[in-house]
Design a protein around this ligand. Structure first.
Ligand SMILES: [Zn+2]
Length: 136
């Protein structure tokens, strides 16, 4: 399995970071960690830009994050037109910055920097997998 199972728009099927989607299938959102120097990346990276190592493992992003920033999109790129408006967010999970969509179940008036959030895997109506932030 590769990235063809992720999101709304097709991605290339074969990639070194396909482990990210395998973790989603298990119900967990994963970051990559370089096996040489320990650097963590989200979205996952196939290679480490700090030590140039090429071996990574995928580790679930667990716990509660804090919202750093967010914005609501009212215009969308190709493939996402039917989704607007939607809110994109950046949250800090113990030093790891994670980017993603905010759940529509979080009322816009409750969005604020510092809001406690968790990550949740979402299966879209067409069977594709993605993830979003939910209120902790
Ligand atoms: Zn490294």
């Amino acid at each position: 399995m590769g990235f063809e199972k992720f999101g709304r728009v097709s991605f290339t099927a074969q990639t070194k970071v396909a482990g990210f989607v395998e973790q989603l299938e298990k119900g967990e959102v994963a970051a990559s960690r370089c096996t040489r120097c320990g650097a963590r990346y989200f979205p996952p990276r196939a290679d480490c830009y700090q030590c140039l190592g090429g071996e990574v493992v995928f580790e679930p992003v667990r716990g509660t994050g804090r919202l750093i920033s967010f914005t609501t999109a009212n215009y969308a790129p190709t493939g996402f037109e039917a989704d607007v408006p939607y809110t994109l967010a950046l949250a800090d999970f113990d030093g790891l910055k994670v980017f993603g969509r905010m759940s529509r179940e979080v009322p816009p008036q409750e969005l604020a920097v510092g809001l406690a959030v968790n990550l949740a895997v979402v299966r879209l109506p067409d069977g594709q997998l993605t993830y979003e932030f939910i209120k902790a």
